[in-house]
Design a protein around this ligand. Structure first.
Ligand SMILES: [Zn+2]
Ligand SMILES: [Zn+2]
Length: 257
């Protein structure tokens, strides 16, 4: 299994997971042109994507899904709650598959395990991807961690973890009061310290990759996110990856060490 990122943050998200000959794109928050450019950077043609899996209906995650799915006839997976907000727009998407009750499903060789998170969307889902040997846990767009999130992400081989903001930078920054409350609230975005505490609570004995994701460009820095996660793992900051808004990150491989 390997994975890579097209870009991460409030301007657009996209993560590619590959197992053998199957590839899926988790979220697509970019224009079609931008998506194709970012895929080509990873050596991928759009026809190589076998499925689009959507976490929730916010534009930075779903904005580019409909055009991509129609143009390349790519099947889409999302929850009823996510579909609710976009049903009209998605009427001409050739294949829409519902994730019901956060039940597991497969796309080709990729096992997909959805799980619920507290976020201000209708029915948000985050995911663990597996190939039978390795598990990649992805968590962004969650206001808090929960016992269920911790149980789900335990003993993963790789983690992409939201480090949205630094609490002090958010409190002292120039966001309007309501936006500060939304971002920092129970249904907003995961703050650095909370992300570090979540990581510290997990069995990390199998971890090969940890990547901080969905960083706020105004209320966080890669250095802060790295230092919080590296402290949680007691490792060097260099070991922690950061998903960039423009560059995402390149391929990360999971292998028997
Ligand atoms: Zn988002
Ligand atoms: Zn969101």
């Amino acid at each position: 299994m390997r994975f890579a990122c097209l870009g991460s943050g409030s301007q657009g998200n996209g993560l590619v997971v590959e197992v053998a000959n199957t590839r899926l794109l988790l979220d697509c928050g970019f224009t079609l042109k931008e998506t194709l450019f970012r895929l080509s950077r990873l050596g991928l043609d759009p026809e190589m994507i076998d499925g689009l899996v959507v976490t929730h209906e916010h534009d930075d995650h779903i904005g580019g899904v409909e055009r991509f799915a129609r143009k390349f006839r790519t099947p889409v997976w999302l929850t009823y709650g996510t579909l609710r907000g976009v049903e009209r727009r998605f009427a001409r998407v050739p294949s829409v598959n519902i994730i019901e009750g956060y039940q597991r499903f497969s796309i080709g060789s990729i096992e997909v395990e959805p799980y619920p998170v507290p976020h201000d969307a209708h029915e948000p889902a985050q995911f663990v991807f597996g190939d039978g040997a390795f598990r990649l846990g992805v968590l962004t767009d969650t206001g808090r961690s929960t016992p269920h999130i911790e149980a789900t992400l335990n003993r993963c081989d790789a983690l992409v973890l939201e480090c949205n903001h630094d609490a002090n930078m958010l409190a002292n920054g120039d966001y309007p009061h309501r936006l500060k409350q939304r971002v920092g609230g129970r249904f907003g975005h995961l703050e650095n310290t909370a992300s570090g505490e979540l990581l510290a609570s997990l069995d990390c004995s199998r971890l090969q990759h940890v990547i901080a994701a969905h960083l706020s460009q105004k209320n966080n820095t890669p250095l802060l996110a790295r230092s919080v996660l590296s402290r949680a793992l007691n490792c060097g900051g260099d070991w922690i990856g950061v998903a960039d808004q423009n560059d995402g990150f390149g391929w990360r491989q999971l292998s028997n060490l």
